[in-house]
Structure formats: C-alpha cells, structure tokens
Design a protein around this ligand. Structure first.
Ligand code: SF4
Length: 394
C-alpha cells in the first residue's frame, strides 16, 4: 500500500469528505429527526453500551411514556427501570432519572452548553459533547469508543486510548476534524464511520472516505489499533436462583433493595454461592453436574443469608451466564418450594408467569424466566439447559 499523500490528511478536506459520506449514507434513526435536547439526551444515554438498532424500540417507548423532562422527573424510579429492563447497565437509567429530577427542581429548563450538561449526574464528557453539538450546534468534539478506534487507526496511535494523554490527543484531533458549521453532524458522522465501516474486526477500508489518508491502512495493520487496554483477569462467580410458584402458578419475585446492584429492579430470588478470586486450591467445576451440585449445596444457606427466604430446592431448571465488570457469572436456576409461610413485606410479590417479560426484571432474571414457561415477547433466549457444558476457567 503506498504512503498516504499529505493532501489526503488535510483536516479541512477530511472534514468535507466525512460529511459528504455521512450525507450520502447515514442511517435514518428516529432521534436524528429531532432537535429536542431531551430526546437526544435519552438516545445518547441508551446508546452507550447498546447498539442503535436495539435502542430504537426502547427509545420510542420511553419517549411515549416520558415525553419530556418533567414527565420523567414525576415518574417513580421503578417505572423508569421497568422501561429500561432489557437494556442493561441500569445505573444509566438511575442517573437519567436523578438528573431529570434535578432539572425539574430548578424549573425544568435543560442545559445548553457541554459544560452545563457535564454538571448533571451521570453525564460524562462524551454525552455532554454529543447533546450540545447535536441539539445546540456547539463545536464540542465527541470521543466515544467508535471515534477512538477510527482516530487511533487513522494516525496509528501506539498507546491505549484510556491513557489521559492519549485521550487529550484524540479530543484535540476530533476537534480539529469537526466542521464548525455542522458540529453535530460531524460528531455523528465520525461515530457512524466507526460503527459501520471502521469496525473492530475486518474494517471495510475500501468503503471508507478517509482511506487515502489513513496510516493504518497504508501500513496494512488497522486491527492493531486501538492498542489494547490492560485489564485485570475476570473472576468466575457462581450464583443460584429459585423459581417458586404459588397455588395459582404465579412466580415469586423480589425487589432488589437500595445499596445492591440493580436496586429497584425485580429478580427471581437469588444469591451468590461462591467466587473464585484467585489462589484457591479448588478451581470452578468444569462439569455441569458438579456445578449444579455445588450450587445445590450452597444456595439454601446463601438465600437465607442474603434475602431471608427459606426454601427447599427441587429440580435444576437451567442456567444462564453473563459478565459484569470483571466478573463472569453463572446462575443456576432451581425449582423450589417455600419452607413455612410466604415472605411478607414490600420486597416480595407474586407475578403471572406470562407477564414476567414486562415486569422490570434484571437482565439475568429475564433470561432465566424462559424456564418459567411464560416468558413473553422481548425475552432474549440466551439461557442454557443444565445439560450444556459449563464455562471453562480461562
Ligand atoms: S481506512 Fe480503514 S482503518 Fe483507516 S479509518 Fe478508514 S476504515 Fe478505519
């Protein structure tokens, strides 16, 4: 591949070429048809850690139920979380709700500048710049994961983008490439280039408007960038959950209390049985039957300790795996019957199995609830029967 011509790296030319590509090929996303900063804010928060295609139905339902910041502020948190169920990363919804309440308490007017947005709970530099540029035309550059990937490849930046100096360099570069007359489109164009063309694997360089000036393409090594961020090893975790039904076939759910992960959401009663933080003499079991036996031995006590629920375990129904920041979690689900009276208090409630999908469950419980036999639409069929192989220790 010949070396890029200096002309093809000229910022003004790059900015023009990027916008021309965007104008010709951009996706028709519903939040691109509005300048309403509230609607754009919701879309930006939802699109963090989630693909835009997956976000669309959630965004539409959310806006229909909470059409402005006042409506969101007035809604109970549980109702907001219920609309968020399935998107994951519920801290985003909590912050959104908290920020809406803060704004409502101040009269309901939304911020205009990126600096003002940044002062709200849960709004980081990326979100602040995106809203201010798209809704108000402020020339505030956005550097999200997609943008960082494009820029580190275009300039062959050798260091990982989580370093402060690299982050500053990328922000300066993104600012230089932003068309002052169309900063919102410029930011969205660069994010879209990363999402659709400069993909993490097998970037489609021939279709890229910047291919003539890209250093990584010229060197033939785009996939080396961005440089890998060093991460601590993940911890295997074994949890257990129970499916308890009453005489009418309804399913017992627990509302997670404040102070715990996913507070405010509903879950099938569950508890942590074991974590392997390293250095243990006995590694996590490899065989499904051993994993299930370990869960069966520890779940009753763990449930009583963490939730106060006393049960007798019956059959193992299935299992589900997911990862949360350095923890690889396996949850084994058991059918169970109550020992003694049904639990009392606001944390406990009975639900029709057919309505579980819309009940505001945690992601793990949504996946497990397919084993309840009444999962409705929108339930991701990701759980596994217990006969499939367990996760292997990496
Ligand atoms: S030419 Fe290829 S590697 Fe370079 S920015 Fe475009 S898609 Fe990414």
């Amino acid at each position: 591949m010949p070396a890029p011509l200096p002309d093809a790296r000229d910022p003004a030319r790059l900015s023009r070429e990027l916008l021309a590509w965007y104008d010709a090929t951009r996706r028709d996303l519903p939040w691109r048809r509005t300048r309403d900063p509230y609607a754009i804010w919701v879309s930006e928060v939802m699109a963090q850690q989630t693909t835009v295609q997956a976000v669309i139905p959630y965004w539409e339902r959310f806006l229909a139920s909470f059409p402005d910041v006042g409506a969101l502020a007035a809604a109970p948190l549980e109702e907001v979380l219920r609309h968020w169920a399935g998107l994951g990363y519920y801290r985003r919804a909590r912050f959104l709700h908290a920020a809406a309440r803060e704004l409502a308490a101040r009269g309901g007017e939304l911020p205009r500048t990126a600096a003002e947005w940044l002062a709200l709970p849960g709004v980081g530099p990326y979100t602040a710049a995106a809203i201010a540029s798209i809704a108000y035309g402020e020339a505030a550059p956005v550097v999200d994961g997609n943008v960082a990937r494009v820029l580190t490849r275009f300039d062959r930046v050798p260091d990982p983008p989580d370093r402060a100096a690299v982050r500053r360099r990328l922000e300066a570069r993104a600012g230089e490439l932003l068309d002052a007359a169309r900063p919102g489109d410029g930011n969205q164009a660069l994010m879209e280039l990363g999402a659709r063309i400069c993909a993490p694997r097998a970037p489609r360089c021939p279709a890229c408007p910047w291919s003539a000036g890209c250093l990584a393409r010229a060197a033939g090594d785009p996939e080396r960038f961005p440089a890998a961020v060093a991460r601590p090893g993940s911890v295997p975790v074994l949890r257990g959950a129970v499916l308890v039904r009453d005489r009418r076939g309804r399913v017992l759910l627990r509302r997670i209390p404040e102070g715990e992960v996913n507070a405010g959401l509903l879950e099938l009663p569950s508890a942590t049985i074991r974590e392997w933080r390293g250095g243990e003499a006995v590694p996590p079991p490899e065989r499904t039957s051993d994993l299930e036996a370990l869960a069966r031995r520890g779940l009753g006590r763990a449930l009583a300790r963490e939730t106060g629920l006393a049960v007798t375990l019956r059959d193992a129904l299935g299992r589900e795996r997911h990862a949360i920041t350095h923890r690889r979690i396996t949850v084994v689900l058991f059918a169970a019957t109550l020992r003694g009276a049904a639990p009392r208090g606001g944390a406990w409630s009975w639900h029709d199995a057919a309505a579980l999908a819309g009940a505001g469950l945690t992601s793990a419980s949504r996946k497990l609830s397919r084993f309840a036999g009444g999962a409705g639409p929108g339930l991701a069929p990701q759980g596994s029967p217990v006969s499939s192989p367990p996760p292997r220790r990496s």
